[in-house]
Design a protein around this ligand. Sequence first.
Ligand code: ADP
Ligand code: MG
Length: 724
Amino acid sequence: MSGNESRLQAIYQITNREATQVDKPASLKDTWACDVFNLATMEESLSKNAFKEMKKTVQNGASLDPATADIVAAAMKEWAVGKGVKFYSHVFYPLTNVTAEKHDGFIITDSSGNAITEFTGSLLIKGEPDGSSFPNGSIRMTNAARGYTAWDPTSPVYIKHTENGSTLMIPSVFMSWTGEALDKKIPLLRSNDAMNKAGNKVLSLMGEDDIAPLNSSCGAEQEYFLVDSNFANSRPDLLLAGRTLFGAPSAKGQEFDDHYFGAISERVQVYMQDVEDQLYKLGIPAKTHHNEVAPGQFEIAPYFEAANVAADHQQLLMTTLKSTAKKHGFICLFHEKPFAGINGSGKHVNWSVGNSTQGNLLDPGETPHDNLNFLLFCGAVIRGVHKFGPLLRSVVASAGNDHRLGANEAPPAILSVYLGSQLEKVFEDIKDGKLTASDVGGEMDLGLSQILNFERDPGDRNRTSPFAFTGNRFEFRAVGSAHSVSGPLIVMNTMLADSLEWIAEKLETQLAKESDQTKAVVSVLQELMEAHGQAVFGGDGYSSEWHKAAVEERGLKNIPTTADALPAFEEDSVKELFASTGVLSPIELASRYEVYAEQYVLSIEVEAKLMIDMAKTSIYPAATRYLSDLSMASAGLTEMGLELDNSVAASVAAETNAMMVAVVKLATAMEKEDFASTEEHMQYCANELLSLMEEVRSHADALETEVADELWPLAKYHEMLFIK
Ligand code: ADP
Ligand code: MG
């Protein structure tokens, strides 16, 4: 099929498509978590003792003895086989943003050759994927080339159904034989531990005597685009790079703002319900769904859960969105900027920390004492964002997200904290010494609790801040839609751990000198705000004044690209942060830098190759065909004694030539191989390759607006965004 034919075929197919048939959703009561081996299922299928052991492990992370593991494995197998499951698989989260699996059958043969099913505690606990194809950043290049997976009992086992059968999925960590983390789960669990330890110290100093383990929580809002797969199939860039490398803006873009919260088309509605139905079976609390700002863009936000479980569920949600899209004739795009000129997609990561005894520690609370705990934890976050802003920027760095951050649709590439005007004033007053020792005892308590008795959801929510307090949690808004939430959660927990350690040390010293707890807290916070208050900003994060003031007056960093951001992994303060908290060893950190840098370079190089290919084999032929049509028309007219104004042909010829000149420049630039360092290689991609790609694109997009529509080979923006 020639290029333009496949585009026209796509439009025909879509216009005539029949609705996808889905099963009528069963009631929530019947479906909720029906495919999850959770505590409720365990209670039914385990002995009292085994259940008690297992509950301790799930809730407090206590280790499980081998005998109990055998009992749990047997119960799991029985439950799964009863639901038609024949396979099991350890699921793990390598350093790419994807989810990896290795499947095994329960089946073995006995000595007489009969097939029996077997699943022991040791099979449950440990798996051995051939990990050599997963990125490891040189860790396993040595003799120990294999890694292994180990069951994470704190995240529930579940069943995945596919056309080819059902599999028992076991959430796992993935590590090298030498014990280094090769995944995103291990550091997340460690960061939570570090935060728990440090938080416990602070709470103890605050006189709390009953302190349950602290856990972080996460609720992620996932944005995505849906494009009909007929169109996607006609665009190699969407299929291979997940974004359009070419495409002139549509006459109707998002300027009408009529898509946001608008009526969801029936086809999309059916898709969303199908997705939610599957998520409910997996015990994922999908709560809200709606249209987003751009046409063709949507959002799904599950209710928050413990960070480790939420991170696994987030990955599962992305897989479900993708596979269900296929079934409904869509392609689901998580790329941060699939279409130039309209809003891209992000993933807001809502995060808090708390426990069952003190509750949510980022909730101001009702009493002056709760307020003090809250102020300390909130102050710890402010310090963390200020001290580790560049690190926070680096965990949301990717080739895709670079197209979005800093544009007027997403937070800037400068990390600051938004507190809301009331809370900002409290911290300003503390910093300026307005709440000091002179406001002795009771009176100051009163002052604080009055100030802090504010609305839970402050009306003045600032959407231009990358890191905002939203009443009882922080919302990290710079995360890309394709990212795993683990990276951001690891850094937030770890920086919080570091700050809480600092606070504990200061508080201990103060309390030794000062019997009034409130005064001691305020004086620690005053010191904290003097050093780190520059990170607090309530104004317009998109404005050029802020970009200037942030850097020049406040000393914050504006870090526009991944090439600029990733080297943060090599800074001493960052190495020290991860080493002192035990979250990542220097080797693990270095390996991460290597893998992420490689991914950045690779994704730009793949795009550049694809671009050269599409320009040469799709766009150039369409443009020259049009030129030959024009010349034939012109010759015919000359015979008739008429003359065709050749300005169109001249402009098409000029753009075509210019595009091919840029293509040659890009191809030549791609040949360079000798880079002194990873950093230099990334900078080369960010500066040289991307700008040459821009150049190729600008000519190609100009051609799209001149070449006859019927000859144009690639599905156009208005078609992909508006035809449903
Ligand atoms: P908005 O679009 O206004 O930011 P949404 O309701 O779409 O709000 O998303 C808010 C997200 O924050 C939800 O996932 C919600 O469950 C989550 N959330 C609420 N409280 C907490 C908390 N304490 N910790 C983590 N996430 C939370
Ligand atoms: Mg939000």
